[in-house]
Ligand binder design. Structure first.
Ligand SMILES: Cc1cc2nc3c(=O)[nH]c(=O)nc-3n(C[C@H](O)[C@H](O)[C@H](O)COP(=O)(O)OP(=O)(O)OC[C@H]3O[C@@H](n4cnc5c(N)ncnc54)[C@H](O)[C@@H]3O)c2cc1C
Length: 435
C-alpha cells in the first residue's frame, strides 16, 4: 500500500483479497515509510502517520496483518515478499517519478506476479485515456462516458478467514514515530458546505465553501470515488454545486494524473506547449517590477499583503485556499527572474508546506499557472507573455481581501497557541504595504 492508505473503498486491496481468496491464502498489507520524501516534513508526516495508525486498527478488525517498514522500499519490499513466501504482490498506482522508480526497482528483484491497481482515480488512468490529454475539455467526455461503469458502489471487504501463518508483524512504535511529527488539519464534506460550492468556491474569505478534502484524498485516507458517490446523493437538492464539485474531484483531478502519467517531463518547461515557451522567451528580458530572495518568499515578506497572507495561510494552516493557490503561483512567476526559477520555487514551497503537496494536482497547478498547461494563450503582456494573468485588483473585485487577511491572522494566532514553542521559522506579521 502506498498512495491509497485505507482499508475501505480500496480497489487495490479488494483485488488482493479477491486474488488470495481464489488461491485460498491470506493477505497482509505492507506500508513502507520513507522519511525523506520530496520536501515532506513533520506536518505531512504527522498527518499520514495518524492515518496509518487508524489503518492498522481497521485492518486488524478484518484480521489482515499490517507491516510497517522503514527505509528503502526497493530493499524492503522484495525482502518481505521473500520472507513471507508471498505468491503475488499487489500495489496501488501513482504517476509521480519516485513511486515509479520504487516500483521498477521492486519488480527487478521479485519473480512473483506483480499487479498495479489504480485505486486513486474513479476511472483508472490508463483506461480513461491512452495519451496525454491537452485540457479538461478533451478528457471530460472520455471520463464521463465511462462513469456509469466505474462510478459504482464498492464491494464490501469482509474479514479475512484464512489465518495468517507467516511471521507476525512487529509492534509499531506509533508514539516514537509520531514524536517526529507535528499535527495535521482537515475538514469534511457536509450538506451545508456543499451547497455553497458553486457560488463561493472561489472566495478565500469563505473557506468552508470548499470541501477541505485534499489532504485526505492525497494520502488515500479517503477514496475520491467514495466522495463522489456521497456528493451525488445531494445532487437532487444542489445540482449545480454538486456538478461543479464533481468536475474538480473527478475531471480536474484525473486530468492531473493523466498529465503526470503520460508526460515524463511533467515538472519542467519541456512539457509546455510551444506557444507558451515562445511567448515566455520573448518576455524573458522584461523588467520585473519586484524580485525576492527565496527567504523573503518563504517568510511571506513581499510588498503584497495578499500574497503574504496566502503564504502564511500555507505555512500556519498547512493548506492554502484553492483560489489563492492560483494567485500565489501567478505572482511567483511575475516577480521571479525566469519561469524556470518560478516553477522551482513554487513546487518547492508547495511540496514543503501543503499537507496535500507532492501530488500530481500540485504539479499541474504550478505548471498551469506558470507554463499554461491545460490552458490557452491570453492577451500578451509584460513578463507573462501569453500566459494567463491574475492581479490584486481582480481579487479585490472578486472577494473581500481584508476579510481573508483577517482570517489568516486568526489561523496564525491559533497555530502559534496550539504549537506553543514549536513555531514555524517565520514571522507572523502580514506585510502592510499596498499592492
Ligand atoms: C499552484 C497550485 C498548486 C496546487 N497544489 C495542489 C497540491 O499540492 N495538492 C492538491 O491536491 N491540489 C493542489 N492544487 C489544486 C487545488 O487547488 C486543490 O486541490 C484544492 O484547493 C484543495 O482543496 P479542497 O479539497 O478544499 O478542494 P475542493 O474545491 O473542495 O475540491 C475537491 C477535490 O477536488 C480536487 N481538485 C480541486 N481543485 C482541483 C484542481 N484545480 N486540480 C485538480 N484537482 C482539484 C481535489 O482532489 C480536491 O480535494 C493546486 C492548485 C494550484 C493552482
Amino acid at each position: 500500500m502506498t498512495r491509497d492508505q485505507r482499508s475501505k473503498d480500496n480497489w487495490a486491496l479488494l483485488h488482493a483479497v479477491d486474488l488470495a481468496a481464489k488461491k485460498g491464502v491470506p493477505v497482509a498489507v505492507v506500508f513502507n515509510l520513507v522519511t525523506a520524501y520530496m520536501h515532506a516534513g513533520a506536518r505531512q508526516f504527522g498527518f499520514m502517520v495518524r492515518g496509518l495508525q487508524h489503518l492498522e486498527q481497521s485492518l486488524g478488525k478484518l484480521h489482515i496483518p499490517f507491516f510497517l517498514l522503514k527505509g528503502d522500499p526497493v530493499e524492503n519490499i522484495p525482502r518481505i515478499v521473500r520472507d513471507a513466501g508471498a505468491g503475488a504482490l499487489i500495489t496501488d498506482f501513482g504517476p509521480l517519478r519516485l513511486g515509479r522508480q520504487w516500483r521498477a526497482g521492486v519488480v527487478e528483484k521479485i519473480s512473483i506476479p506483480f499487479y498495479e491497481v489504480d485505486a486513486h482515480n474513479v476511472v483508472p488512468v490508463w483506461i480513461a485515456s491512452d495519451k496525454r490529454e491537452s485540457a479538461a475539455r478533451t478528457i471530460r467526455p472520455k471520463i464521463t462516458r465511462l462513469l456509469p461503469e466505474f462510478l459504482v458502489e464498492y464491494p464490501e471487504l469482509r474479514a479475512q478467514t484464512v489465518g495468517w501463518t507467516g511471521m507476525p508483524p512487529p509492534r509499531v512504535d506509533w508514539d516514537g514515530i509520531l514524536e517526529e511529527a507535528l499535527c495535521g488539519k482537515g475538514g469534511f464534506l457536509t450538506d451545508q458546505r456543499l451547497k455553497k460550492y458553486k457560488s463561493f468556491r472561489n472566495d478565500p474569505a469563505i473557506p468552508e465553501a470548499l470541501s477541505g478534502l485534499s489532504p485526505f484524498i492525497h494520502f488515500g485516507q479517503l477514496s475520491a470515488q467514495r466522495a463522489a458517490l456521497e456528493a451525488r446523493k445531494h445532487r437532487g437538492k444542489h445540482k449545480e454545486s454538486v456538478d461543479c464539485f464533481l468536475e474538480e474531484l473527478i475531471i480536474r483531478r484525473e486530468l492531473a494524473d493523466n498529465f503526470c502519467h503520460y508526460e515524463p517531463e511533467y515538472d519542467n518547461h519541456k512539457a509546455a506547449a510551444n506557444w507558451a515557451l515562445e511567448s515566455l522567451k520573448l518576455h524573458q528580458k522584461d523588467k520585473r517590477e519586484f524580485t525576492y530572495t527565496e527567504e523573503e518568499w518563504e517568510k511571506g515578506k513581499t510588498h503584497d499583503k495578499l500574497w503574504n497572507a496566502s503564504q502564511l495561510e500555507l505555512i500556519y494552516g498547512g493548506k492554502m485556499h484553492g483560489f489563492m493557490r492560483m494567485y500565489w503561483a501567478k505572482k511567483i512567476l511575475e516577480w521571479s527572474n525566469s519561469a524556470e526559477e518560478a516553477l522551482k520555487l513554487a513546487l518547492y514551497l508547495n511540496d514543503k508546506y501543503e499537507i496535500d503537496g507532492r501530488d500530481p494536482n500540485g504539479v499541474v497547478g504550478c505548471m498551469w499557472a506558470i507554463y499554461g498547461i491545460h490552458d490557452q494563450g491570453w492577451t500578451e503582456r509584460a513578463v507573462f507573455g501569453k500566459i494567463r494573468y491574475m492581479n490584486y485588483n481582480g481579487c479585490k473585485r472578486k472577494f473581500d481581501i481584508e476579510k481573508y487577511i483577517a482570517r489568516v491572522e486568526v489561523t496564525v494566532r491559533e497555530a502559534r497557541k496550539a504549537h506553543g514553542k514549536v513555531q514555524p521559522k517565520t514571522t507572523a506579521v502580514i506585510g502592510s504595504s499596498e499592492a
